[in-house]
Design a protein around this ligand. Structure first.
Ligand SMILES: *Cc1c(COP(=O)(O)O)cnc(C)c1O
Length: 391
């Protein structure tokens, strides 16, 4: 039986064309971009071309794109790098950061770490759709607020945040604005230089590229200290030999994601809504989490009362269906999703929530098969749940 892959927010298949673009840089053009010989120069050209492609697609300058090993590094770097630059400029300077309760752990755990270093952090609440309020954000600003970090779109529920308005507000206030755009990159038209965004994090494996490569957009003129010291690559700000195949593949993946984007997204969203409609109408005590309107096209977070998500995921896996509970990164720890908790989701919905994230590769036949299997699995788990039977 074919596997039905419904976990595209965790990672995506590397696109065939992306793979083809990368292959020459493993065995033929394998030189080190810092080398001065012909082989090195060809690798250097590949990196420069990729940087130009990404900058063009995002409406920024090539020298504002810095390659990292992924989204986690880009998030860590934007936040800690800004802190370190301020501390260097004014010895031991601390201050106030505003973020949200629903960020990815790459941002949340970075902020928790900084609190131990003497920074103050406000974690903004969200409404039941998972959206931050601009009013609450404005109220949270203090005299020493130097950074606002709000994710572009949430990885667990797909809710899109009011990034344009936040960026505009941050620019007026002269506060740096970082957005974790790892789920959003490749899904929206961007004009980064014309926006109020200071830092924008992305990761190739979330948009059809390879794992282990990402980038951070850093607005020209922004103070940022390096986290990695060494060979002074990336304008001396991110040392380490460039992941040339990864960089080339990421640029190709972003180009492909932006080509025919609207049509593809409408198709994915239509399939997602079809699946949601069937699940909600055919399985009693089922609820959708998040915002059905301003949402990433492939995201569907649903709760089944009387069911433990982990058990449901095991049953679905046996039927060849891959999805996840909350985010892939936390599903192994068994903790309730911090995102759903922040959205005010209570039991019995909280522990029975799974995340289905579709891509253009998924079909109506797969959705129909999944509805049958989810319906059976939920019925089976509810039958085994003594507390459910008492209802
Ligand atoms: C996946 C993800 C990350 C981490 O990116 P990696 O490239 O896997 O390190 C960060 N933020 C969000 C919102 C993500 O979905």
């Amino acid at each position: 039986m074919e596997t039905i892959y419904f976990d595209n927010a965790a990672t995506t298949r590397t696109n065939k064309e992306v793979l083809a673009a990368m292959l020459p840089y493993f065995a033929m053009e394998f030189g080190n971009p810092s080398s001065l010989h012909e082989s090195g120069l060809r690798a250097k050209k590949g990196v420069a071309q990729a940087r130009m492609t990404i900058a063009e697609l995002l409406g920024c300058k090539p020298n504002e794109i810095f390659f990292t090993c992924g989204g986690t590094e880009a998030d860590n770097w934007a936040i800690k790098g800004l802190c370190l630059a301020r501390e260097a400029a004014e010895v031991n300077k601390r201050g106030h950061i505003i973020t949200t309760a629903i960020e990815h752990h790459a941002v949340l755990h970075t902020c928790k770490f900084l609190e131990k270093q003497g920074y103050r952090v406000t974690y903004l609440p969200v409404d039941e759709a998972g959206r931050v309020s601009l009013v609450e954000l404005k109220e949270a600003v203090c005299a020493d607020t130097f950074l606002i970090s709000v994710m572009y779109a949430n990885n667990e529920v797909g809710t899109v945040e009011p990034i344009g308005e936040i960026a505009e507000f941050a620019r007026q206030k002269g506060i740096a604005f970082h957005t974790d755009a790892v789920q959003a990159a490749g899904h929206f038209e961007e004009k980064l230089d014309a926006s109020g965004i200071t830092f924008y994090s992305a990761s190739a494996h979330k948009f059809g590229g390879p794992k282990g490569i990402g980038f951070l957009y850093v607005r020209e003129g922004t103070r940022l200290a390096p986290l990695l010291h060494g060979g002074a690559q990336e304008q001396k700000l991110r040392s380490g030999t460039e992941n040339v195949p990864g960089i080339v593949g990421m640029a190709k993946a972003l180009s492909l994601a932006m080509q025919g984007r609207q049509e593809r997204e409408e198709k994915v969203a239509a399939l997602r809504d079809y699946l949601a409609g069937r699940l909600l109408s055919e399985i009693p005590m089922t609820k959708r989490n998040g915002d059905a309107l301003d949402c990433l096209c492939g995201h569907l977070n649903v709760s089944f009362a009387g069911v433990q998500a982990a058990s449901l995921l095991v049953l679905l896996d046996m039927d060849g269906i891959c999805c996840s509970g909350g985010s892939a990164c936390t599903s192994s720890t068994g903790n309730a999703s911090h995102v759903l908790v922040a959205m005010g989701v209570l039991e019995p919905w909280l522990s029975g929530s799974i995340r289905i994230t579709l891509s253009e590769e998924n079909t109506k036949e797969q959705a129909d098969y999944a509805v049958e299997k989810i319906r059976d699995a939920v019925a089976k788990l509810r039958a085994q749940n003594p507390r459910w039977k008492q209802r």
